[in-house]
Design a protein around this ligand. Structure first.
Ligand code: FAD
Length: 332
């Protein structure tokens, strides 16, 4: 079978690997000038820079872990996050260590005010009171122990040579066309189309544009600050009124020993034609538009499989993107 895959992010690459293994002829078309979608990283002055913000791999799913483990070794990085608050720098999710850092315990509402309100309002561009329960109710639970790991999944780590190198190994023997026109795939013959781009773009925005929140990334060199380390963590969340969400030290993920690192900051903004669709606003108008218009249209398409975060209009962690491909291809 001839399969055309639109998008060379984690979803498209996983689909290509699995279909090639089944003996199909696959070809990938990617709009950007690089592989890897939002997981792409590159090397600069001894630092592996995450172009689209910190990507930390974690999963409970052994099948996904073993699958990616065929293409890379993972180091033992465990993600730890600190929050820059008016009471100082504290470990999050709030745990007994955080209580000791500020000298007292906090109630649920106090934690919400200190850590989550400003951050979420800036991130989504909406007052806390207007955030849907699906977001405001998602703040991590307070922990009654000293566990300061951000994720508690059994499998955690970073690909030892970075994500891009892992993708290159996955793509061995697969043709990828980079810098493809957005509509280059239309009219090309194939027996199966795998589409991992924006679902509304696939239908030429027939029912209007699905809303997204976007981020602008700023990468800049800075002297290595001992505040960031493999043991302490790579990310500090700004729980205040600063214009950016987080500061990320790219040298930490792979424990790269440098005197000058590359820091990244992410500034939330609304999505339009000039920036990337990052977080689906799958609530309110966005949810209605997707579930009432685009989702039924997807179900009516034959010989097309919609995979990944843009085509299914859902925020997917990396392991979820891989799993979704495994499950949906398995159902065919
Ligand atoms: C800021 C940020 C931080 C994240 N951090 C984490 C994390 O720490 N841990 C974690 O597990 N997950 C994280 N994620 C999620 C992770 O990025 C996704 O799970 C993953 O990128 C999903 O891959 P995808 O292939 O579905 O989408 P994408 O990576 O978006 O790939 C889709 C690709 O399709 C291409 N494309 C779209 N339309 C077309 C078209 N018409 N023609 C050709 N090409 C097209 C795009 O250019 C893109 O390269 C994060 C995401 C973001 C945005």
């Amino acid at each position: 079978m001839k399969v055309n895959i639109i998008g060379c992010g984690l979803s498209g690459i996983t689909a290509a690997v699995l279909l090639k293994e089944q003996g199909h002829q696959v070809e990938i078309f990617e709009m950007r000038e690089h592989i890897g979608g939002n997981c792409y990283d590159y090397h600069q002055d001894g630092v592996t820079v995450h172009k689209y913000g910190a990507h930390l791999f974690h999963t409970k799913d052994e099948e996904v872990w073993n699958f990616l483990g065929r293409y890379t070794k993972f180091n033992n990085y465990v993600h730890r996050v600190r929050a820059n608050t008016r009471l100082g720098l504290i470990s999050i999710p709030f745990n007994k260590k955080s209580a000791e850092q500020i000298g007292r315990d906090l109630s649920g509402p106090e934690i919400r005010e200190l850590i989550y309100r400003d951050y979420s309002e800036r991130h989504w561009g909406i007052p806390w009171e207007e955030l849907p329960q699906s977001i405001s109710g998602r703040v991590p639970e307070k922990r009654d122990n000293y566990d300061d790991r951000y994720f508690t999944d059994a499998y955690q780590g970073q690909p030892v040579n970075g994500y891009t190198e892992m993708f290159k190994a996955m793509l061995e023997g697969i043709t990828v066309h980079l810098g493809a026109e957005e509509d280059a795939w239309r009219g090309r013959h194939c027996d199966l189309l795998i589409f991992t781009g924006k679902v509304d773009a696939y239908f030429k925005y027939k029912w209007g544009r699905l809303p997204y929140r976007s981020l602008r990334f700023e990468h800049f060199p800075a002297p290595k600050d001992p505040l960031f380390s493999f043991e302490k963590g790579s990310v500090i969340n700004e729980c205040n009124r600063k214009p950016y969400n987080r500061t990320m030290d790219n040298s930490v993920y792979l424990d790269e020993k440098v005197e000058t690192t590359i820091l990244t900051r992410d500034y939330p903004e609304e999505h339009d034609e000039t920036n990337l669709p990052i977080y689906p606003k799958s609530f309110g108008h966005g949810r209605e538009l997707y579930s009432e218009r685009y989702k039924p249209a997807v179900a009516a398409e034959t010989d097309v499989l919609f995979l990944g975060r843009l085509a299914t209009y859902a925020y997917l962690d990396m392991w979820m993107a891989v799993k979704q491909v495994m499950v949906k291809l398995g159902q065919r």
